[in-house]
Design a protein around this ligand. Structure first.
Ligand SMILES: *[C@@H]1O[C@H](CO)[C@@H](O)[C@H](O)[C@H]1NC(C)=O
Ligand SMILES: *[C@@H]1O[C@H](CO)[C@@H](O)[C@H](O)[C@H]1NC(C)=O
Ligand SMILES: *[C@@H]1O[C@H](CO)[C@@H](O)[C@H](O)[C@H]1NC(C)=O
Ligand SMILES: *[C@@H]1O[C@H](CO)[C@@H](O)[C@H](O)[C@H]1NC(C)=O
Ligand SMILES: *[C@@H]1O[C@H](CO)[C@@H](O)[C@H](O)[C@H]1NC(C)=O
Ligand SMILES: *[C@@H]1O[C@H](CO)[C@@H](O)[C@H](O)[C@H]1NC(C)=O
Ligand SMILES: *[C@@H]1O[C@H](CO)[C@@H](O)[C@H](O)[C@H]1NC(C)=O
Length: 209
């Protein structure tokens, strides 16, 4: 009888303990967010966003960060919209969060997307949404390799130029594409016809002439 009680209490204790352990954010994601914290806090233009937030606190509670609703064990959505960011150095770092489902970098001052972002985030198997709308991106549209689950891509209101052709050819699940308000040239790419799932397409003002 006593043995049974001891057993029951041990089981209860252990399951409680495991629950506590499981509801922690993964250590590697905590470290990645602390790195990004330093990057944003070191830049006087962006330091306002997490001003007063303790770097040691749980990143799930920081502005713009959402974790999975069951147990907060992983980061799922990041929105840095209106963070006044002009350096794209943080982009390859953020791709270390391999549980990301959506990444919203809209309304900042980025002028380029480093190749480390494409190789890094292209490997995130659950990433569904990317929003770079309303930045200052120049040059040609990056070529998206990987990004197999991406269903929504917004590059509207930038200064991208050149032709849109094969860059998006690998995005088989794309449903929503917004390339409007850029400075692309050429005709509407035939490869866009490959997106048999595409439901929303905004190309208005895509072509300057
Ligand atoms: C932030 O600034 C501190 C102190 O100047 C420096 O040690 C650190 O390397 C910087 N971190 C980043 C990510 O720039
Ligand atoms: C930040 O949080 C840590 C751990 O909770 C605590 O030890 C430290 O005193 C806090 N620092 C500040 C400046 O509040
Ligand atoms: C997850 O973290 C957020 C922010 O700290 C908190 O509001 C929420 O209650 C946490 N959810 C769970 C299930 O622990
Ligand atoms: C996170 O992103 C996914 C994919 O875009 C979306 O379905 C979901 O509603 C978002 N969750 C939150 C909390 O913003
Ligand atoms: C991207 O962000 C802009 C501005 O924050 C917003 O208006 C737009 O709806 C977003 N696009 C998508 C596809 O969510
Ligand atoms: C771009 O188009 C998509 C699809 O129609 C839409 O959801 C999104 O809000 C648009 N972005 C902006 C900045 O209006
Ligand atoms: C758009 O592209 C054309 C050439 O294709 C160039 O003459 C023009 O200056 C560009 N406009 C902007 C705002 O970059």
């Amino acid at each position: 009888m006593i043995i049974n009680y001891v057993y029951l209490i041990s089981v209860l204790y252990l399951s409680f303990f495991f629950h506590l352990v499981r509801s922690q954010l993964h250590t590697d994601q905590i470290n990645t967010m602390r790195k990004i914290y330093d990057m944003l806090q070191n830049d006087t233009a962006t330091s306002f966003v997490w001003d007063g937030i303790n770097k040691s606190s749980n990143p799930c509670s920081w502005k713009g960060i959402s974790c999975n609703s069951n147990d907060n064990s992983s980061i799922t959505n990041i929105s840095f919209s209106l963070f006044s960011i002009s350096s794209s150095d943080f982009l390859p770092v953020i791709c270390q969060i391999n549980t990301l489902e959506s990444l919203d970098i809209s309304q900042n001052h980025l002028s380029s997307i480093p190749s480390g972002f494409i190789t890094g985030c292209g490997g995130i198997s659950g990433l569904k949404l990317l929003n770079f709308s309303r930045n200052k991106l120049e040059g040609s549209l990056p070529t998206f390799t990987g990004f197999g689950k991406l269903d929504s891509l917004d590059f509207s209101h930038n200064k991208l130029n050149g032709k849109v052709d094969l860059q998006l050819g690998g995005l088989n699940l794309l449903k929503s594409l917004n390339l409007s308000y850029n400075n692309f040239s050429g005709s509407v790419p035939t490869s866009l016809g490959k997106f048999n799932l595409l439901e929303e397409l905004q190309l208005s003002a895509i072509f300057s002439r």
